[in-house]
Ligand binder design. Structure first.
Ligand SMILES: Cc1ncc(COP(=O)(O)O)c(C=O)c1O
Length: 420
């Protein structure tokens, strides 16, 4: 029956409920799932364009920015990254990429593909750069764009960004940041840190589905993009003047056209992804209703409890302590567990919990455990630790019974005492 090409005989889609504690996607806020089930509206329906404007306003608060140009690029997080780099970097321009994990390599790849001349610097995975070291590179190479990852999920490390802007202003360098993994999980200050372009996705600490990318652009960045303005032949308004700069190579990810679509001109580019806009708007609404600071505290508490539990089991956390992200924890895989895949499979099959491994030379060497968005609740952390403990015991990893759950519960109890 299931082999029939027309799909007849297949049961209605009914995915097994999981607890998603990998590096993303993670559990989605229930309100977001409900919003996505709402009926579609036409893209120029005044009610829908009002939702677009509301989404811009909500993400200004999420990004902590006054940037007018704060909007969505349809596609997963890398669509926002590629739209920013492809629209900011002109062919032949130097792009400095400090890399501390897999996603720095992604920035290199994208910046190279759009014609940039990439100068990369590397630090060992599990460490991050000092701001002074990056500033020294900026002064010596004077790049047009500095492209940085904030939290790199592959290594579970977070790069400090404060203090880069002053040097970048001296050298006329734009700062692009990939905030996919950190936004809403820990403080992120677009304006205070002087960032020019930032892109993210919904499927991490925003607790939505993958599929649209919130982007914010400073006026400086928008001005550069405007010099490359191009409008498709069939929709050019009267008096249209083509930008003098080199045309952005991608049509779909041309931010000059996307800005026109998100402006009062509403010049048609793509058809805004209706249900994903509902999702993005609802993610931001739920997060701001909780309060950004309260959300950061909830992430930090879940992370502290998780790490207390893991260390109580005798496991070793990955990476330099000072540079660790709040919302994804790397754990060395004990020798008894081989590459760790059997443990992950048992956690999934027997306990319904997903965690991740990593990439490159860290594949099979660390597990990655996410505490992001809706996942960050006491019951989830305790359920995970009890299940993990049971699976590791089967693999002869010795741990004092209940030590992990007790240690995590003690963190929550101490927080309860502190806050009353
Ligand atoms: C830091 C970072 N950047 C970019 C991406 C790419 O995101 P997407 O898969 O949504 O394109 C990810 C995904 O894990 C990520 O963690």
């Amino acid at each position: 029956m299931s082999g029939r090409p027309d799909g007849a005989g297949l049961a209605e889609l009914s995915p097994t409920p999981r607890l998603l504690m990998g590096p993303g996607p993670v559990d989605v806020y229930p309100q977001v799932l409900r919003a996505m089930a709402s009926p579609l509206l036409g893209q120029f329906d005044p009610e829908f364009t009002r939702y677009m404007n509301e989404t811009m306003a909500l993400y200004r608060q999420i990004y902590r920015t006054g940037n007018h140009w704060t909007f969505l690029v349809n596609g997963t997080a890398r669509s926002g990254i590629e739209a920013c780099l492809g629209s900011l970097v002109a062919p032949g321009e130097t792009v400095l990429v400090p890399r501390f994990g897999r996603f720095g390599h992604l920035l290199t790849e994208i910046a190279t593909r759009v014609g940039g001349d990439v100068a990369a610097i590397d630090t060992d995975w599990g460490t991050v750069f000092s701001v002074e070291d990056i500033c020294a590179e900026i002064r010596s190479r004077r790049p047009a764009v500095l492209a940085m990852v904030h939290g790199d999920t592959s290594t579970c490390m977070v790069q400090p960004l404060e203090g880069l802007a002053a040097t970048c202003r001296e050298t006329g360098t734009m700062i692009f940041v990939d905030a996919t993994a950190s936004l809403c999980g820990a403080p992120f200050e677009t304006d205070q840190w002087g960032l020019d372009a930032v892109a993210a996705g919904l499927q991490k600490c925003l607790s939505g589905p993958p599929g649209t990318s919130p982007v914010t652009l400073s006026d400086r960045a928008a001005d550069v993009i405007r010099t490359r303005r191009h409008i498709e032949f069939g929709i050019r308004p009267e008096g249209y003047i083509e930008g003098e700069g080199p045309r952005i190579t991608s049509n779909y990810l041309d931010l000059s056209m996307i800005l026109d679509y998100w402006s009062p001109l509403r010049l048609n580019h793509h058809t805004e992804s209706t249900s994903m806009l509902y999702a993005a708007r609802e993610c931001a609404r739920v997060i701001l209703a909780e309060g950004l600071e309260a959300g950061f505290s909830r992430h930090a508490l879940a992370s502290r409890a998780l790490r207390a539990g893991l260390t109580a089991m005798g496991l070793e956390l990955f990476g330099d302590e000072a540079g660790r992200m709040v919302n994804v924890t790397g754990v060395h895989i004990p020798g008894q567990c081989g590459n760790g895949d059997a443990v992950r499979a048992e956690l999934l099959e027997d306990f319904g919990i997903e965690i991740g491994t990593s990439f490159g030379h860290l594949a099979g060497r660390i597990w990655r455990i996410g505490t992001m968005g809706h996942v960050c609740r006491k019951a989830n952390i305790l359920r995970f630790l009890a299940s993990f403990d049971a699976v590791l015991r089967r693999h002869d990893v010795p741990a004092e019974p209940n030590a992990a759950v007790d240690a995590a519960a003690a963190v929550y109890a101490a927080e309860q005492d502190r806050t009353g």
